[in-house]
Design a protein around this ligand. Structure first.
Ligand code: ATP
Ligand code: BTN
Length: 332
């Protein structure tokens, strides 16, 4: 089952995508017959696939194929990978082909009083968000773009360190697929072999002193085409480069299996339950770093995180703490 949302402008392409997903050659005639449309209509749809950035190959005299095939998201496949706690905690699974930003959509749901336990995944985001207004590139079928909504009571301070704990959950999910050399970069990145593999963006809504809601957004690169990735202004990587063949649906399920119980228990457990593991995975522990704010820069040695998730930097015998949100960390 594929759950369409109102903001899904590609529903008519889904059948042709599903036919071509096997990577085999399909003639225009067989596609037309399977889709119940004329060959001219097939041709129009194939042109639209190219607009999605998919490189359709025309095989002379035989038909068309998508080299390498497509590993499309499927709700039934994702649900099949869910284990009991996550299965019960997930209230709805929304899959979209194309959306502006799954975080923006989930925030919209939460602001209308819904969204609790709702997970949304998109094949493509046209306005994927990073921190502080930056862009997250999310080409069609190139990765996992996942947002999860959760309502809390007791105020936002209960969520201190949550974005770091989410990083630990992602690292653990990646370990299930034997992805090598996964590290965490404070505050919200997952790195692999010294490059950015995934990012986490938390967005809040509601009364920050009482009943509030959080959207946990995760962008994880599975296979990024070079032309898209040319727009990324820092070293990046994808799973195809380090551990090819991981099924996106199984990976999405593994993430939900970790994230839903984490969100449920976080107000009680807090970051303390994740701190040791975070420090074991710390990309920059003991390394020279620079911490950059809009107005200032500090240099020193990264010394892990405190019990609230604040970054500790030692500099000339002094110890400084930095909180997420306002600064960026770079190798020094
Ligand atoms: P920091 O969080 O330390 O401030 P950051 O540079 O990683 O640093 P973020 O806002 O966390 O910034 O992430 C957005 C940045 O991630 C973009 O400016 C771009 O450099 C990069 N980026 C965008 N899309 C991708 C992607 N698909 N894969 C890897 N990196 C990406
Ligand atoms: C970062 O590194 O700055 C965080 C990137 C977060 C990207 C994800 S993709 C799913 C969700 N929807 C968004 O618009 N952003 C997050």
């Amino acid at each position: 089952m594929h759950t369409d949302t109102p903001k899904n402008p590609l529903p008519q392409l889904r059948p042709v995508l599903e036919l071509l997903a096997d990577g085999e050659v399909h003639s225009g005639e067989s596609l037309g017959a399977a889709l119940g449309v004329s060959r001219a209509a097939v041709w129009k749809q194939l042109q639209k696939l190219e607009q999605l950035g998919l490189s359709l190959e025309s095989v002379k005299g035989r038909g068309y194929r998508l080299p390498g095939g497509l590993n499309l998201l499927g709700a039934a496949e994702i649900r099949a990978g869910l284990q009991p706690p996550a299965r019960e905690l997930l209230s709805e699974l929304l899959l979209c082909d194309r959306v502006d930003s799954t975080n923006a959509q989930l925030l919209g749901l939460l602001e209308q009083g819904g969204g609790h336990g709702v997970a949304m995944l998109a094949e493509q985001q046209t306005a994927g968000r990073g921190r502080r207004g930056r862009q997250w590139l999310s080409p069609f079928s190139g990765g996992i773009n996942l947002s999860l909504g959760w309502q809390f009571s007791g105020g936002v301070q209960l969520l201190e360190g949550l974005s770091l704990a989410v990083g630990v959950a992602i690292a653990r999910a990646l370990e299930e697929f034997a992805v090598p050399d996964v590290r965490l970069k404070w505050p919200n990145d997952v790195w692999c072999r010294g490059r950015k593999l995934a990012g986490v963006l938390l967005e809040l809504s509601g009364d920050l002193t009482d009943r509030c809601a959080v959207v946990v957004g995760i962008g994880l690169n599975v296979g990024l085409r070079g032309d898209v990735a040319a727009g990324i202004d820092q070293p990046w990587t994808d799973l195809h480069s380090v551990r090819p063949g991981i099924d996106r649906n199984r990976l999405a399920a593994a993430l939900l299996n970790r994230l839903l119980p984490l969100l449920q228990s976080y107000p009680e457990r807090g970051f303390a339950a994740y701190r040791d593991r975070w420090q074991q995975l710390d990309q920059f522990a003991g390394r020279p770093v620079r911490v950059i704010s809009t107005r200032q820069q500090w240099s020193g040695t990264a010394a892990g995180v405190d019990e609230s998730g604040a970054l500790i930097v030692d500099s000339n015998g002094e110890r400084r703490l930095f909180h997420g949100g306002e600064v960026s960390l770079r190798e020094g």
